[in-house]
Design a protein around this ligand. Structure first.
Ligand code: NOJ
Length: 714
């Protein structure tokens, strides 16, 4: 940070009492009528550094009231004008994938493989949220996850570290823009640090077992990218790793986060996580909890008041040194200055025209949706008669997805509305679909049946893990029933997580994976079904056949016997009763044309390690031809395989992708520059290394591509 900020921070700290300092570390939630007066008194005494602008332990699952800018301005005035040091309060809210305009769930945005569009979505989001007086949002959520039973998989980038890196950079850039002190920005918070997505069995808040080697190579890269992109806050996670709660772990919060990743901002706990150390069995009382957390490097305490109620005592008893408190305050004040909070503590609500944001939301949603199957039925012709059936035809709230606390279901067009707007030949069948037969006149007259299927938003999000990842039995019955009509049938699946595709895709002629895609989800589906947009999303997670095949992710290390067992096309005898090949692999997605790839060509077949380290690169490229008669986007994906290394390396690792629009009949040359940063890995001590030897380079449509060349590092 600049010298002038440092000076201002030191001056403030020098004049603060211990109580006031601890106040800066205290983040209660928005007061209710019951505790309002007490709350205001605490603000006036300088005992509140930040406010979590919501109520309840699982904010994303509960309706949160609309923000009253006047109310927060009044609270802020108390802090600025009445508290001893006049330090403004930092207002934080979970603005996870949009504000009033809702964008697709982050997992869906990852499927767009379009970081620029992701940045744009978060730019629009920041503009809307900042206008409501929000300074800080608890996003990006960067938890790599291999278990789709976990309800929170919807909030993150999926199963791949590289996609995580790209999402981290894109989201931080969109939120913070070029100048964080600008009023139309939000401070980003990289969460949940670390390993929360690895909770055993996908059970929320559960323990995780992660070796340091795995941590550095799978879980940390996205956090490092967020830090490098300028994220100044990090939220620690609820879970423990191998018996160490993150909340009180110096190893994770200081040695790795600060010393290895170079993080300079402040760490906030998750909700009530400090006091939770008692339940986790590493502290006997709240004073011990507070001391353990702050000594480990956790700066701000969310909601449980454990710091404000206990740290004075802990300093007096010597359990915590005042220097530790000063350091935490220093970090928090530095971020407040960087965010421009001292220059513009109050919000001035303007009328925002959200028209353009809604256009962006529709575009983002369309780019996120993944066409999985198409027997030539799509795109639909507007002259065709379409019977629209199923539980998601009129659904609004689930289209928005979990962690939507400012979007409004009643403002969200449903599929029936958007489809009818596009064509006068759409007939919604309203009666119990399982009770019809093909003599139903609308079905009999229809050329195509479109089934709107999916999972409810209430099956996703925090504290909402499921034991089976599928759509309901009724919906499967509906698919089978629709088949008996003898019509071409399209399934549109609105869901948050990867679901097991067996018994769903087989009986459908086309499948569009539409996610929970926000305010304009229905519009985007309509655009794709009628061919106004050629689908271009790709899977950032594997879709397994069965839930019992979990965990199933592409970037596994190879097994010794049988070779390629587990993910590839030759799964050998993993299970005697079923084949655990992916139903649809990572990176998969089709569109309304075909793309033909040339063999990859590299500009050099060998490169010396020292040249690579010095900044030299290897360029590898392909020519991709659109052989169909529709202009469409292809996501060209580059994977590597480090053939022989001192540690086992994954059978494939995504190292680059480019989404390119290729007009019909045309070709595009797509190249990637492989750098030192792409070709190595971390050892268990967190040190990055590139080793000599052969690297297989694959460029193709998804992770199973065999389109390979080879380079050698000498
Ligand atoms: C708990 C969640 O784990 C976290 O993601 C969220 O930001 C906080 N609550 C605040 O709502």
């Amino acid at each position: 940070m600049s010298d002038s900020i440092n000076k201002k921070v030191e001056k403030l700290i020098a004049g603060m009492s211990l109580r006031e300092k601890i106040g800066q570390l205290n983040q209660p939630e928005t007061p209710t009528a019951d505790n309002l007066e007490e709350f205001k008194a605490a603000v006036a005494k300088g005992e509140i550094g930040s406010i979590l602008m919501s109520v309840g332990a699982t904010a994303g699952n509960d309706a949160q009231g609309e923000i009253s800018v006047d109310f927060y301005n009044e609270i802020q005035r108390l802090a600025v004008e009445k508290s001893p040091s006049g330090i403004p309060i930092l207002f934080g809210r979970d603005v996870i994938h949009g504000h009033r305009t809702v964008f697709p769930i982050p997992l869906a945005m990852a499927a767009s493989f379009d970081p620029e569009l992701v940045s744009q979505s978060y730019r629009d989001t920041a503009v809307e949220a900042a206008n409501d007086g929000i300074h800080w949002t608890f996003t990006p959520m960067l938890d790599l996850c291999h278990d789709p039973r976990w309800g929170r998989i919807i909030e993150g980038p999926g199963e791949d570290p590289y996609v995580g890196v790209c999402m981290a950079k894109a989201i931080v850039k969109g939120l913070q823009n070029a100048d964080l002190s600008d009023e139309e920005t939000l401070l980003a918070c990289a969460k949940h640090y670390i390993g929360y997505g690895a909770s055993e069995g996908g059970r929320d808040y559960h323990r995780a077992e992660i070796s340091d080697y795995t941590l550095y190579n799978y879980y940390l890269p996205a956090f490092k990218a967020a830090v490098d992109a300028g994220a100044l806050t990090v939220m620690s996670s609820f879970n423990d790793i191998s018996g160490q709660p993150i909340t009180s772990s110096k190893k994770y919060l200081t040695d790795i986060l600060r010393d290895k990743l170079g993080f300079k901002g402040f760490v906030v706990s998750d909700y009530d996580a400090v006091c939770q150390l008692i339940k986790q069995g590493v502290a006997e009382n709240n004073e011990q909890c507070a001391a353990a957390a702050v000594n480990a490097g956790l700066d701000m305490d969310m909601h449980d008041k454990c710091y404000i109620d206990n740290l004075e005592k802990a300093v007096k008893s010597g359990a915590v040194s005042e220097d530790v408190i000063d350091e935490a305050v220093r970090r928090i004040l530095t971020v407040k200055f960087a965010a421009g909070l001292f220059d513009h503590p109050y919000a001035e609500k303007k009328n925002i025209d959200r028209g353009e944001h809604l256009v962006h939301a529709r575009q983002m949603a369309a780019e996120s949706m993944v066409l999985l199957k198409n027997n030539g039925v799509l795109p639909l012709d507007k002259a065709q008669k379409i019977a629209l059936i199923g539980p998601f035809v009129h659904e609004r709230r689930s289209l928005l997805g979990s962690w939507t606390i400012d979007g409004k279901a009643e403002e969200t067009p449903n599929l029936a509305e958007r489809m009818k707007e596009a064509s006068g030949n759409v007939y919604v069948i309203n009666t119990n679909p399982l009770a019809w037969d093909s003599t139903n006149k609308n079905i009999a007259a229809a050329d195509v049946v479109v089934l709107a299927l999916g999972e409810s938003w209430t099956a996703t999000g925090e504290s909402r893990a499921v034991s089976d990842i599928t759509i309901s039995a009724d919906q499967k019955a509906l698919i089978r029933k629709a088949k008996t009509y003898g019509k071409k049938t399209v399934g549109v699946i609105f869901c948050g997580r990867p679901i097991a595709m067996e018994d769903i895709a087989e009986d459908l002629d086309a499948v569009l994976y539409a996610w929970h895609s926000g305010s304009e989800a229905a519009g985007a589906v309509t655009d794709i079904l009628f061919g106004a947009v050629a689908p271009s999303g790709r899977l950032p997670v594997t879709l397994p056949r069965k839930a019992t095949h979990i965990p199933l992710y592409y970037n596994v290390t190879p097994s010794g016997r049988p070779v390629d067992c587990y993910y590839g096309e030759n799964p050998g005898n993993c299970y005697v009763d079923s084949m655990p090949t992916p139903y649809y692999p990572f990176g998969y997605g089709i569109t309304y044309t075909e793309f033909e790839y040339s063999a990859p060509v590299s500009d050099k077949s060998r490169i010396s390690l020292s040249d690579l380290k010095g900044g030299d690169t290897v360029q590898v490229g392909v020519t991709v031809k659109n052989t169909g008669d529709v202009d469409a986007k292809e996501t060209v994906q580059l994977y590597i395989r480090d053939e022989v290394a001192s540690m086992m390396r994954p059978i494939r690792e995504l190292k680059g992708f480019k989404k390119v629009l290729i007009p019909k009949g045309k070709s595009a040359k797509v190249t990637f520059d492989l750098t030192y940063a792409d070709l190595g890995f971390y050892d268990a001590g967190g040190d990055y290394r590139v080793e000599k030897g052969k690297i297989g380079v694959f460029i193709g449509k998804n992770c199973l591509t065999q389109n390979r060349t080879e380079i050698e590092i000498i």
